[in-house]
Structure formats: structure tokens, C-alpha cells
Design a protein around this ligand. Structure first.
Ligand code: FAD
Length: 459
């Protein structure tokens, strides 16, 4: 216990978003017209950049650039969805271990009290000469009563931040069967949650079969969590994990996490197939989906979940100050952050950690450009890696693998660290509260189920 406590204390720096030693930009005179900043995409990069630019009092402490807040910026955030999505918690949402308001709070609630104007719509064109962002409005969603203003068709800007994330890849099978989905966004996670629930409640089925494609973080984390979802309900299921390459978790630099993940897959009896892809699909006599695999085997699938990243993501090239580069020069007022940015000489990309750090740098650099100060260069500081390996297990590796933690305590720490990384303080408290309650409830449920099992055996 003492060792665990020491580990927990050493991990606390992970929970505190790191703070750049930023010189404060000079607040501009309020007599000047406001500088218009349009941020396109409200994910980790875009939302955090918008909050940092607006120096929102509700922003997480690491995001305040120049307190007290600047009054010379007019910040507009554009996103087609009405919710920010904390993607690393999609596993918990899919397996009913977390609620939508913890994982995907509305922009309306996150931006309340800030100076950021939210426009719901998708950027359809960026006119660099005219300095306008064209916006295609999104059809209203019936699930919330959003009071967001209707999207204007064109937003003029002085500065723009491009933070549109990774595009969704196409599924291998064409046309994709109704059982297939790509696990990369909120609608897919909610669809998966619904399908898992209906598979569990389908008492006519003797054994369910789930096929997950892609042996990166998402494939491994999803497989272990889906296994736990079925076993917590006492329902039989076969979970298959297919990987095109010969190695799982190729991007992970943590040997500790890799070992813990392989152990979890083995313990949960996930059937792992390397060098294997889905070739074709058909139906058996009962209408059940059957997949033909590249190793010439077939497997039934009640659910087929793709997790792989797009082969050729469409990216904006950016210099180390995060200004978009084209034709050999940098656009001084166009910045790119997060998954959408391919930063010169950067070896790492594609994590929320990087998107948040880049959001800070881009926001600072916009303020510095306005004030005529020197721009910061983005340098990645790797804080470590956390993986969920089931409803009550995780693996954490920090400080280049010098600090590691596994099992139920790591699962709890991961959930609270993620709460601390929520974009606003209000959401951080709400998420920590919901996470705490969900952990207590799942422990209570597990105890109830154990007791019932004992009683059934005694009968
Ligand atoms: C299932 C899953 C689990 C993950 N787990 C982890 C993890 O544990 N740790 C980690 O560090 N990273 C994790 N990642 C990766 C991490 O979430 C991303 O690297 C991070 O979200 C990138 O932030 P972003 O702002 O660039 O993009 P996103 O967060 O994807 O946000 C992009 C935003 O742009 C919006 N958008 C798209 N097109 C347009 C348009 N045309 N106009 C306007 N808006 C647009 C989208 O609606 C979205 O809100 C995970 C990713 C997934 C899918």
C-alpha cells in the first residue's frame, strides 16, 4: 500500500497540466478594434486554444496566457458538433462505465461565462486571400436544446487556428455491413454502447462474437473493456482482435504498458490474430454476418469494430511556431494544431497531450504576433502514457518509464488525471465527481453480483 501511495504521489505532476514559462503579452489598448480570431474545430486543440485566447476565467489554470484577460480579441469557435469529446474516455462511454456529460459536455456549458462565441457548423472553405472561413451549418440536433446562434455562412478573421483533427478513415468492406462501425467519435461510441446492450439482453443468443480490427491503443483498450462489459453481465462472448502488422501497440514506447496490455488480453481470453485483415463478408444460413479473413479462416461477427487510423491523413504543414507553411513560406496569421498539424521535424503526433500543448503555444503566438513579440517554438515534453485495460484495470507509465502503475489503482488514477485535463475547471470538478460515483457504483454492482452468485450456488 505504501509503495502504491508513493507511486500515486509521484504521478501527481501528471494531473497538473504543465505550465509554459510564458512572458505575458502586453494587453492592447481597448480603443483599438478587436482582433478577430476564428478557431476551426473544438477538440483538444481548438477548444483549449479558444479558451486560452479568451483567457477565460473558467479555463484550466495551465491555459491562462495573460491574466487578467485581454479585451482586444474576439474569439469564435466553429465545430459541427454541439459537444466537445474527451476521446480517451470513449471506451468508458461505450461500455456504460461513464456518462455522456462526463465524456462529452456541450460547448454551451463549457463556454458559459467565457468570451468565446460558438458557431455550430463545419468549415467548408478557407479563403486565405480574403481571410474568411466559409461555414456550412449543421442540422439541429434533437438531443439537446441548444441556443447556439445559426451559423453565418462566412466568418472574416485576422487570425485563424485550424484544429480539425484526423479525418475518419473508410471501412475496408464496401459496402460496410450494418454490424460495422469505426470507433473514432461520439456517434460511433454511442452506437457501440447501444449494440453491446442489445447483444447482452438478447437471451436467445448463446455466444456473442465481436471482431475488432486494429491492434493499436484503441483496439487493445476496446477489446479488454468489451470483454469486461460482457463478463460483468455474466454473458458469454468471443472477442477477436485482428492486426495487419506483426506487433501490437507499435506506437507505444512503454515496455511496462505493452507487457501489461498483453497480459490483460491473455487473461481476458481475447483471441489475437497478427498479420490478419478482413477480406470479405457474407451471411450464414441464419443471417449472421460471417467474415473471411486474410489467413483463410472465417469468423462470425455480431459486431465489427474498426479502430485503425486513416492511411493518409489530410494535414496542414506547420513550422515550429505552428504557422501553416505553403509554397516555402509561413502564413503569419494561419496556425494549425493537434492531429491536423504536421509540424516540421516533429517525430510525435496524434495525442491529446500534444494537441493541448500546441493549443497553448498557438494561442500565445497569436497574442505575441499582435503585440510584435517573438514567437515561441513548439517542443514536445512527453508526460507519459495511460491505457485502460478493462473496467477496473489500467497501465500507467511516466517519466520515461521510471514511474509505473498498474491494476485497479491505476484505473482510478487514470480517471482522475483525465478529470484534471478537462478543458475547464467546472468540467474538471464535474468529471471527477462522476468518475468517483461511477467507480463506487461499479464496485457495489460487482459485490452484489458476487453475492447473488454465491446465493445461487448455495441453492
Ligand atoms: C478512441 C480514442 C482514444 C484516444 N485515447 C487517447 C489517449 O488515451 N491519450 C491521448 O493522448 N490521446 C488519445 N487519443 C488521441 C487524441 O484524442 C487526439 O490526438 C486528440 O483528440 C487530437 O485533438 P485535435 O483537437 O487535433 O482533434 P479532435 O479532438 O479530434 O477534434 C477535432 C474537432 O474538429 C472538428 N471538425 C472536424 N472537421 C471540421 C470542420 N470542417 N469544421 C469545423 N470543425 C471540424 C470535429 O468535430 C472535432 O470536434 C485517442 C483518440 C481516440 C479516437
Amino acid at each position: 500500500m505504501f509503495v502504491h501511495l508513493c507511486l500515486l504521489l509521484t504521478l501527481i505532476p501528471l494531473a497538473v497540466p504543465f505550465h509554459l514559462p510564458l512572458p505575458l503579452p502586453r494587453p492592447a489598448s481597448s480603443a483599438l478594434p478587436a482582433t478577430r480570431v476564428v478557431v476551426v474545430g473544438g477538440g483538444f486543440g481548438g477548444l483549449n486554444a479558444a479558451l486560452a485566447l479568451a483567457s477565460s476565467p473558467s479555463a484550466a489554470p495551465s491555459l491562462s496566457l495573460s491574466p487578467p484577460s485581454r479585451t482586444d480579441l474576439h474569439v469564435t469557435l466553429v465545430d459541427p458538433s454541439e459537444r466537445f469529446v474527451f476521446l480517451p474516455l470513449l471506451y468508458e462511454l461505450s461500455t456504460s462505465d461513464a456518462d455522456i456529460d462526463e465524456v462529452a459536455p456541450t460547448f454551451e456549458s463549457l463556454l458559459a461565462g467565457s468570451n468565446v462565441t460558438f458557431v455550430r457548423g463545419a468549415m467548408s472553405n478557407l479563403d486565405l486571400k480574403a481571410q474568411t472561413v466559409s461555414v456550412e451549418p449543421t442540422a439541429a440536433d434533437s438531443s439537446t436544446n441548444s441556443s447556439a446562434a445559426p451559423a453565418p455562412s462566412s466568418l472574416p478573421y485576422d487570425y485563424v487556428v485550424l484544429a480539425t483533427g484526423m479525418p475518419r478513415p473508410k471501412l475496408d468492406l464496401s459496402p460496410p455491413p450494418p454490424e460495422a462501425l469505426h470507433f473514432s467519435n461520439l456517434p460511433a461510441a454511442l452506437a457501440l454502447r447501444g449494440r453491446l446492450s442489445s447483444l447482452i439482453s438478447d437471451e436467445k443468443r448463446d455466444k456473442r462474437c465481436v471482431v475488432i480490427v486494429g491492434g493499436g491503443y484503441s483496439g487493445v483498450e476496446l477489446s479488454t473493456n468489451i470483454c469486461d462489459r460482457f463478463s460483468s453481465e455474466g454473458v458469454g462472448a468471443d472477442v477477436h482482435l485482428l492486426n495487419r502488422g506483426g506487433e501490437l501497440l507499435k506506437r507505444s514506447s512503454s515496455e511496462y504498458n505493452k507487457k501489461a496490455a498483453l497480459k490483460a488480453l491473455e487473461e481476458k481470453r481475447v483471441s489475437v490474430k497478427l498479420h490478419t485483415t478482413v477480406r470479405a463478408s457474407s451471411r450464414d444460413g441464419a443471417g449472421r454476418l460471417e467474415l473471411s479473413l486474410s489467413d483463410n479462416s472465417t469468423v462470425p461477427a455480431d459486431l465489427l469494430v474498426y479502430t485503425s487510423a486513416p492511411a493518409t491523413p489530410s494535414l496542414f504543414d506547420a513550422d515550429r511556431s505552428l504557422r501553416v507553411v505553403s509554397g516555402g513560406g509561413a502564413w503569419p496569421n494561419v496556425f494549425a494544431v493537434g492531429d491536423a498539424a504536421r509540424v516540421q521535424n516533429a517525430t510525435e503526433s496524434g495525442t491529446a497531450q500534444i494537441a493541448i500543448a500546441q493549443a497553448q503555444v498557438a494561442a500565445y503566438n497569436i497574442a505575441a504576433s499582435i503585440d510584435g513579440n517573438r514567437l515561441l517554438r513548439f517542443n514536445h515534453l512527453d508526460l507519459g502514457e495511460m491505457m485502460t485495460l478493462g473496467s477496473n484495470s489500467a497501465a500507467i507509465s511516466a517519466l520515461g518509464g521510471r514511474v509505473t502503475l498498474g491494476g485497479p489503482l491505476a484505473s482510478l488514477v487514470r480517471r482522475f488525471v483525465y478529470s484534471a485535463r478537462m478543458p475547464t475547471q467546472g468540467q474538471a470538478f464535474a468529471a471527477a465527481n462522476l468518475a468517483g460515483r461511477s467507480k463506487i457504483n461499479s464496485k457495489r454492482d460487482a459485490q452484489k453480483k458476487k453475492k447473488k452468485k454465491r446465493e445461487d450456488c448455495d441453492k
